[in-house]
Design a protein around this ligand. Sequence first.
Ligand code: BDP
Length: 719
Amino acid sequence: EDGYRLWLRYDKVQDAALLQRYQSALTALSFYTSSATLDIAKKELIKGISGLTGNRLRPREGVTNNCIIAGTPASSVFVKKFFQKNKLNTGNEGYVISTGNVGGKKVLFIAATKDIGVLYGVFAFLRLLQTNQPLENLFMVSAPKIQNRILDHWDNLNRTVERGYAGASIWNWHTLPDYIDQRYIDYARANASVGINGTVLTNVNANARVLTKTYLIKVKALADVFRPYGLKVYLTAKFSAPVEIGGLKTADPLDPGVRNWWKEKCDEIYSMIPDFGGFLVKANSEGQPGPQSYGRTHADGANMFADALAPHGGIVMWRAFVYDLRVQKEQERFEEGNKGGHGNPIAAEDRFKQAYNEFAPLDGKFKKNVLLQVKNGPIDFQPREPFSPLFGAMPETQLMMEFQLTQEYLGQGTHLVFEAPLFKEVLDADTYARGMGSVVAKVIDGSLYHHPLTAIAGVANIGNDINWTGHPFGQANWYAFGRLAWDHELSSARIANEWVRQTFSNNRDFVTTTTSMMLASREILVDYMTPLGLNHIMGTGHHYGPAPWVDNAGRADWNPVYYHRADSEGLGFNRTANGSNALAQYRPEVQKQWDNSRTCDEKYLLWFHHVPWNFKMHSGRSLWEALCYKYNIGCDSVKWMQREWNAVKPFIDEERFKQVQQLLVIQEKEAVWWRDACLLYFQTFSKMPVPAQYEKPQHTLEYYKSLKFSYAPGIGGNL
Ligand code: BDP
């Protein structure tokens, strides 16, 4: 049992009574196929039902009792009549699963307006069976709330994966286009099973070469494989490509020659891949070139791509992950003058505020086919961040969400962390942009401002490891992203429950134990890594492990000390009106939730306040005691997870049980490492003892500071 089958296992239903019910309810199939997508849907349905029930569905002419009728109004007269009678239209991607009656015969419809909807419907139906749901009196109509549901791969052309912890890139550029790895097909299938309909193949730290003919031929081969699964291909566009591969002297977005170069490049791409999705662009950020290098704005840059893509129906996803060009320039100067030595890092505007400062003034300046891709929080995928203030600040701009599935700051490849609660926390956060209830999800799904184009992206956690994601529970984050991208109203509990049942077992004890572990896991990680609103205190570069003491990075805002601001008085970053005033970027109602240290939700306390070590918390503990308590409860909770996992051993296969068990041992060690390193370090400021009931640190602070890593995964070719 190697995990390769993900949540699409289709093993025989264990519950004998239920199995019998399924067996008698699913005996025949009426499914005429007239496209590659319908062919795939039909094969999947037959395979799924045969695995789950043992029934071999033989396609029939006519309709018999207990027959599944699948298709579209165009492919099936029965579906056509059913749609007419119920006045159904499931849109471009939606589906309906319904029990019904045809000529006195009991039937089950899996139907959709479009072929791809049928495929999604088949997967949804198999999910019902895999999670042991009853099939009586069904009427489920489902359509995605967000149009473009995209995985962003941070994969380099040399197959390293930036922040990837699951092996090498699954794209083998060497053997493409002629060799089609079965994995490409299985990848498309897995994405379709959760409704993901787009994939950006390449890293945001882009390589222009992917836009050359040689590579486009390979990209086309992948697009051809993915097409019937409803999965569109996108690429990252390096802003300097016209210079690097086009031989031009400039990449100025207002230069006619440059504009023409991109236009011709798009014409070329679309001549090969007619349904190419478009570009994702990281510009003027962390060394990537961009329009500001030519005195132009982000809007000028994005709109240039928009014009080149518009005739073909393509979109631009322009990233808002930027932090201050001025600082970038000063940093370069600083590095130049400080080769090998430590100087004074550059003081910058609070990084929290920078993306907003850059983009909020550009609201309304982007073309119709541009989306601004905003990370969930203002800094960078920390275990917990308040939602990015941009979500409440750009009514005239189509904003899309960027989540990170790969666990760069959440234990990388070794910690069991289910991210759905993190995603939900952000999606459910209220921006108050149009009064109460203006939650981030409504900004993203277009409903708040009635934007026609919507999208959501997840930075992929997939590599060529046999189980796709390295940590077996990493699969749950891929799954959760797809499910929430389709329907952000699903609860984390429901998603965890579905995933566990399909991936492991429907055994009730197993499901209860494992889902409660999953649902608690993100908060547990926050407790042992960055409790009470701490953030960005990890090691430099590889981002692995604690390093709150680091103060020598080139930019002030790359240093952990910049983020936690520990001193003899207290801890935390004052972002209120008498501090950096980042809070002013939120609506007054949101400010009010966070601007007073006494009333601020303690989850966010140190994000917004510098509070004294003896500050009284709601629990009655002092800040220092609360910190000790949180770090310790985090570690204890990992031990609890270990016990829970050990208890479910009888219910699942040895291989995956052992794998998770061993990873939990690493997680426990690393939680203790975080706790000891952070408490010892913060104690040098608080000068207070760790309360006697807690475990003593295993090593000295000097020891933790001295740790060096010969190898840490996830540092791509560009770092
Ligand atoms: C940070 C990563 C870096 C990425 C960057 C980005 O550390 O590797 O290139 O985000 O999103 O989280 O562009």
